[in-house]
Ligand binder design. Structure first.
Ligand code: CA
Ligand code: CA
Ligand code: CA
Ligand code: CA
Length: 254
């Protein structure tokens, strides 16, 4: 009996550890509206991050994300926290990452070979094929702050690039990428409170010549059916004239 209890206890502990290591990420991310646009410079201090609650940011690492190329080790190797916000024109994304080896040597045409974030936008939220359907758009922004936009089959929509902004900094243990995407480049997409788009996020951790790929949802980044949802909240993050928080996020959500 003693042995059985011990075995059961061990099994429970092992199960609890496994669950803790494999807590699935949510499949919907909430984007609050911002009263003032952040500067796209990689500096996060204009984001009021303390106002984002658990459903309004995504913390992803090798434990709760999906790895479909290479491997993701511990949180020192790679871990990301992503925040998304919007205003009348722009989708804003901030990624704060720990990364033990930064790859930034590839040029714009190959920025997916650098450490980068890949954003997958389904403007009509109707799935459809990628590439091919005109509202299905991929935006890559690498650790150099360089954005690239992909939509048509095999094609880079260079004409769209000047409208997508990117910025980045290196930190003591990784990097930060910030981007602003005018959703006017995506047909039939409206940035309105209560609206939503199909959305997924994947990340490249390029380490010393090895390309590792971490997905928020699914195991095929181009499969729109595996993407989740980005929902636009009516709540606005705001600061008063003195630069102090005018209200708290929990108050905003009541
Ligand atoms: Ca900034
Ligand atoms: Ca790494
Ligand atoms: Ca679509
Ligand atoms: Ca890396």
């Amino acid at each position: 009996m003693r042995c059985r209890i011990t075995t059961t206890t061990m099994w429970c502990l092992a199960t609890a550890w496994f669950v803790a290591q494999h807590v699935l990420a949510q499949d919907t991310l909430i984007a609050p509206r911002v009263g003032a646009a952040p500067a796209i410079d990689g500096e996060p201090d204009d984001w009021q991050l303390s106002l984002f609650t658990a459903d309004a940011y995504l913390a992803l690492d090798g434990g709760n994300g999906n790895v479909n190329a290479g491997a993701i080790g511990d949180r020192d190797d790679y871990a990301t926290t992503t925040y998304v916000a919007y205003d009348d024109d722009m989708l804003y994304v901030l990624v704060v990452a720990t990364d033990d080896a930064i790859e930034s040597g590839f040029g714009p045409d190959n920025n997916w070979e650098n450490d980068c974030v890949e954003l997958w936008i389904d403007g009509r939220d109707n799935d459809g094929v990628f590439p091919g359907e005109d509202d299905n758009v991929q935006v890559n922004v690498d650790v150099n702050g360089v954005p690239m936009v992909y939509r048509d089959a095999g094609g880079v929509k260079a004409a769209l690039l000047p409208e997508v902004l990117g910025g980045s900094i290196e930190t003591a243990n990784g990097w930060i990428i910030e981007t602003a995407i005018p959703l006017g480049i995506v047909p039939d997409t409206q940035l309105v409170a209560g609206g939503q788009i199909g959305f997924n996020i994947s990340f490249v951790d390029s380490d010393d010549g090895v390309w590792n790929h971490l997905l928020w949802l699914g195991d095929q980044e181009v499969n729109t059916a595996q993407w989740g949802t980005l929902a636009f909240s009516s709540d606005t993050l705001a600061v008063d004239a003195a630069g102090k928080l005018a209200t708290t996020w929990s108050e905003l959500r009541r």
